[in-house]
Structure formats: structure tokens, C-alpha cells
Design a protein around this ligand. Structure first.
Ligand code: DX5
Ligand code: ZN
Length: 228
């Protein structure tokens, strides 16, 4: 993910969350995003156990992989993250982000996922205190700050997220790491600049990108909202 950011002129990238896209025309949606210069797709996999929602599995992710060369950022919200990380790594995705809350032995689990040959992300849910990742942040490429309760798009951004992002940025600086900070959930025109200014390099957005049916103007408005 770091190399993607380095190539990017903006100091952040937008990763559309495809669960908010039109699934009946997913290929067209991906083509449209690519034509707009989007380089990363955020794929939310949910099992209905760790979170109340169920979305899609390996057959959809594999089809997306075969369809596009965009960077696939898979966020797995499942009860058995190691089992499914292996399955999605075999689909050829670029990054796998797991929920901290689902890890039995965070250090061991994260190292196991790293060995699968993918970039590794660690997500902390909205209500999980940020200090819990202190001992494992050096094991991951990305920290994903959930700004809503994991499970659904379209929720309201939790303002407590800014504090968590600031704390994580300071943790990364103090430890001399180059971990990427990604924010996910409820991000829109009103709060995107605050997140980027706090150090977020990857902005996940579903509703803000897809809900008004004009993806091109949504993305350009989000970018303008940061530039001021
Ligand atoms: C929620 C997912 C998010 C969500 C973002 O559990 O991880 O990626 O789809 O959607 P919006 O941007 O609509 O909050
Ligand atoms: Zn997500």
C-alpha cells in the first residue's frame, strides 16, 4: 500500500467501499472508478457472526480480482480471520485487514497472515480502545481505524475517531514506523479534511462515493473538500 501512496500526487487516496456500489453493474462501477483515477477498492467481507451483516465471499472477490488490476484492500470482519485470510490470499488480493477483536493471539496471527504473502492490515472497531494495538502495530502495514461500528455502511462518523487517529499517528512516529493509517466508516464531505489533516492516507468511503448516483462528482467533491 505504501508504494501506491508514494506514486500518488495527493497526500491521500480514496478507496471506495464496494458494498455501497450497484452490485448489478459492478464491472461498470469498477470501470468508472478506474477511469476517474481510483487505484484501490475496499472489499468488505462479513460473515454474519463477528458482525451482524453478511456481504460476499471468495467467489465475488476472485471475480473482481480477475476483472481488475486495481489494488484490492480486503477488510474481513469474520469470526475465523486466519482461515479466511488464507482463502482470500489465494484469491490474489493485495491487502488483508483483520479485526483486532477477532484475533486469539494477535502477534502470532498477524505474523501468520504476513507469511501468506499479502500486505497485512489491523482494524480496530469503533469502541475498541486504541492502546490495545501498541504491542502489535509494528507487525502490520496498515492500521484501519473504524469510525463506525463494523458491519454496515451508511452510519454516522464517530467524532471520537479523530483522537484515536492522532494517538496512532504519534505511536507510529514514536516507534519510527511507516505504517499507513486508513479510516473507514461515515467519512463524507464534512469530515474528510479533518481525517487527512490528522494523518489518514487512505480514506475508505462507500455512501459518500456511491449514494447520489454520480460517482465522478462525489469523488471530485471529496478531493476538493480536502484541498479546501
Ligand atoms: C463497515 C465497513 C465500511 C463501510 C463504509 O463495516 O467496513 O467499509 O462499508 O461505508 P460508509 O462509507 O458508507 O460508512
Ligand atoms: Zn471496511
Amino acid at each position: 500500500m505504501r508504494s501506491l501512496l508514494q506514486k500518488n500526487t495527493d497526500k491521500f487516496i480514496i478507496a471506495p467501499s464496494v458494498i455501497s456500489a450497484d452490485f448489478m453493474h459492478l464491472a461498470d462501477e469498477i470501470d468508472r472508478l478506474k477511469a476517474l483515477g481510483i487505484q484501490m477498492l475496499h472489499l468488505d467481507v462479513m460473515d454474519g457472526c463477528l458482525v451482524d451483516n453478511i456481504t460476499f465471499g471468495p467467489c465475488v472477490v476472485k471475480a473482481i480480482r480477475e476483472y481488475t488490476d486495481m489494488y484490492l484492500d480486503v477488510h474481513i470482519m469474520v469470526q475465523d480471520p486466519l482461515k479466511y485470510a488464507q482463502i482470500f490470499a489465494l484469491c490474489g488480493v493485495d491487502n488483508i485487514t483483520v479485526q483486532y477483536e477477532a484475533l486469539k493471539d494477535p502477534e502470532k496471527d498477524l505474523l501468520r497472515i504476513k507469511e501468506m504473502g499479502v500486505n497485512v492490515g489491523l482494524a480496530i472497531d469503533r469502541d475498541t480502545p486504541v492502546h490495545v494495538i501498541e504491542n502489535v502495530i509494528s507487525y502490520v502495514d496498515t492500521v484501519l481505524v473504524m469510525c463506525v461500528k463494523a458491519g454496515f455502511g451508511g452510519q454516522k462518523y464517530a467524532v471520537s475517531s479523530v483522537e484515536k487517529i492522532r494517538y496512532i499517528r504519534q505511536m507510529i512516529e514514536n516507534k519510527g514506523l511507516d505504517t499507513v493509517i486508513e479510516a473507514d466508516g461515515g467519512i463524507n464531505l464534512e469530515n474528510i479534511k479533518m481525517n487527512v489533516d490528522e494523518g489518514v492516507s487512505v480514506i475508505v468511503a462507500g455512501t459518500a462515493v456511491f449514494s447520489d448516483g454520480n460517482v465522478a462528482s462525489s469523488i471530485s467533491s471529496l478531493k476538493k473538500a480536502v484541498k479546501g
